[in-house]
Design a protein around this ligand. Structure first.
Ligand code: G6P
Length: 612
């Protein structure tokens, strides 16, 4: 979704802004723009619909626009279509204030009408222009920028990360935040704002995270932060450990492929530090050793792929812990009046740690007295900061919109948590515990073996890419995996795809089975393989084409009916999905490649969804 970068420095701002915006491209956007305070003290805004490359061309790489303080933005349209005029930065009509904004100003209509009544003329359809116009309105009234900022903030409702420039304050950026991430980057003789740390990695690794209702004033030499009452705030500085190369493609054609191939390492980074002397240790849970003993209900909450991890978690936790566990979509949780109290554990799963619906679920769970444990990738993100307990996945930066390595690390972490809690409750035998730990140590090697089958998967995809309709079927954990396999395929290849519990197919969807339809049959849960095999036969009988994903020892069972087989090594059932997902990710990738799709930035999608 929208991205923000800003610099108050001593070098030319626009090239820095353009580079920073490129680092934010992965979030998904439809237009982009920059504003600088030029050397003659005026505000100059350049913006356009389309990619950063278009903006680069339009600004001649930024070279002719002189000025060392600027803000930049990638916009993902919410209010007003993607267009040059609706792109950010938005200016007030007097040209004194320019604003970039992530989030939504919920009361923008009434504010706009009231400003129009006082004679202000609006150019765009955006909610953001209201911020710029309101700033100028109050600046005219108070002749003081900070007075204008606080007055403007007192009028707007909704979520915002704001970067504000004024021609009357050269060398200064004002930033404000509520319910949308914004961080400050500290450099040498230059300071930054950004919505996302990846935009800053090539300049600084020292950052502070703004909290809600804080306002920051950034100049090349100083960063001053104030709370809602205008009192100064001292912020902790954090060192970001991600390096620049992990946010670059490193020879791969796409970030998605690079991130798929990185999964064995990512998963190893997730579990190794938490395996000590063949025991699972979560430092993060050291302060609450009896947590699970006081829990009688578990919710696993997330959106998109993170929700799919929650479905896997539900199956694993219920089976081992014998505690009712439910996976709930972040967007539904707070509206379904969930049964939540002090004996409830709510596990919020999120790569970005910024997904608005997951965040809202977290707050609702806390309000109702639950313990909230967040499984998050981005360090210092909003969900990480607000949860009672945060366990980081340590997958490293994930750039492709379609998640792969973050999903895998979430999966492995959920299985570890399940076994850790089961041991605390005395519900796992020492043999099973030992077997799991051993299988966990062997997992990266088996993932590498599975990745080694890439040629076969590529070939299969090249034979299947022109199907119009694909169904995924499986039972139990294979069903949970099918949800993710189907989402991967549809989000990057734009093929219509659905996932069903294999036994459910005959309750309606079987009417769609006919020649030309592809059914990906997932059959790795050993006790259910025969049943899934029967469901597969039901669809081949009706002429559908079948692709079967099964363990190496079961390939022969499927070879007659399936037109292609994706074999995976066998492992512990709690880890099997970590192997199974690999062929499905690669299948989606190569199908999309064959169809000429924009794999890292699929149409209409955003990496981090910060609106409801
Ligand atoms: C978007 C992304 C998905 C992701 C979902 C949840 O839809 O495209 O890949 O699974 O948001 O994001 P989160 O950052 O909370 O995991």
């Amino acid at each position: 979704m929208c991205g923000i970068i800003g610099i108050a420095g001593k070098t030319q701002a626009v090239p820095v802004l353009l580079d920073g915006l490129e680092k934010l491209e992965y979030r998904g956007y439809d237009s982009a723009g920059v504003a600088v305070i030029t050397d003659d003290g005026t505000l100059r805004v350049e913006k356009c619909k389309g990619r950063i490359a278009v903006l680069r061309e339009k600004t001649d790489e930024g070279a002719p626009i002189t000025g060392t303080t600027g803000i930049g933005h990638t916009r993902w349209a919410t209010h007003g279509e993607p267009s040059d005029i609706n792109a950010h930065p938005q200016m007030g009509q007097e040209g004194i204030v320019a604003v970039v904004h992530n989030g939504i100003i919920e009361n923008y209509r009434e504010l706009k009408q009231s400003l129009e009544r006082s004679g202000r003329v609006f150019q765009s359809e955006t909610d953001t222009e209201v911020v710029a116009q309101l700033m100028e309105y109050y600046y005219d009234m108070y002749h003081d920028l900070m007075d204008a900022v606080y007055a403007m903030l007192s009028r707007i409702r909704g979520s915002y990360a704001l970067g504000i420039l004024s021609s009357d304050a050269p060398g200064q950026i004002i930033a404000a935040k509520k319910d949308a991430p914004l961080l400050i980057g500290y450099g040498e003789g230059e300071n930054f704002i950004a919505s996302d740390v990846t935009a800053l990695l090539s300049h600084t690794r020292t950052v502070s995270y703004l909290d809600d209702d804080e306002v920051a004033v950034i100049t090349p030499e100083s960063v001053r932060i104030y709370d809602a009452g205008r009192l100064p705030v001292t912020k902790e500085k954090h060192a970001v450990e991600w390096d620049v190369s992990s946010a670059e493609k490193g020879g791969y054609a796409h970030f998605m492929l690079k991130e798929i191939m990185e999964q064995p390492d990512a998963v190893r980074r997730t579990f190794s530090p938490r395996l000590q002397d063949s025991r699972i240790e979560f430092e993060e849970l050291a302060g609450v050793p009896d947590l699970i003993k006081n829990i009688s209900r578990i919710y696993l909450v997330g959106c998109g792929s993170a929700y799919h991890v929650g479905v896997v978690g539900k199956y694993m936790m219920e089976k081992l812990l014998r505690i009712p566990a439910e996976a709930v979509l972040g967007s539904e949780f707070r509206y379904c009046d969930p049964i939540v109290g002090p004996d409830t554990l709510v596990i919020v799963i999120s790569q970005s740690g910024e997904t608005l619906d997951s965040m809202a679920a977290l707050r609702e769970a806390k309000r109702r007295g639950a313990t909230v444990l967040a499984v998050v990738n981005v360090i210092g993100s909003s969900i990480a900061r607000e949860a009672d307990i945060v366990i980081y996945t340590w997958a490293g930066p994930e750039i492709a919109v379609a998640t792969t390595k973050a999903y895998s690390t979430q999966l492995v972490l959920l299985s570890m948590l399940t076994v850790y809690f089961a041991e605390k409750l005395g519900k796992i035998s020492s043999e099973d515990y030992g077997r799991y730990v051993n299988d966990l140590s062997e997992l990266p090697g088996k993932m590498e073996t599975t990745l080694g089958n890439i040629g076969n998967i590529q070939k299969t995809a090249s034979l299947s890419f022109n199907h119009d309709s694909v169904f995924f079927i499986g039972r139990n954990l294979d069903y949970a995996l099918g949800l993710e396999g189907s989402l991967k395929l549809k989000e990057i290849s734009y093929i219509h795809s659905e996932s069903y519990a294999a036994g459910e197919l005959k309750h309606g969807t079987i009417s769609l089975m006919e020649p030309g339809v592809l059914v990906v049959t997932l059959a790795t849960c050993s006790s259910l393989i025969e049943k899934t095999w029967s469901n597969m036969v039901e669809v081949t009988t009706r002429g559908a084409d079948v692709l079967a994903l099964t363990t190496e020892d079961n390939v022969s069972r499927f070879s007659e009916e399936a037109s292609a087989i994706l074999p995976v090594p066998s492992t512990n059932e709690l880890l099997q999905m970590n192997l199974n997902i690999i062929p499905l990710q690669l299948f989606a990738y190569y199908v999309a490649l064959n169809r000429g799709c924009d794999i890292d930035k699929p149409r209409n999608l955003a990496k981090s969804v910060t609106v409801e």
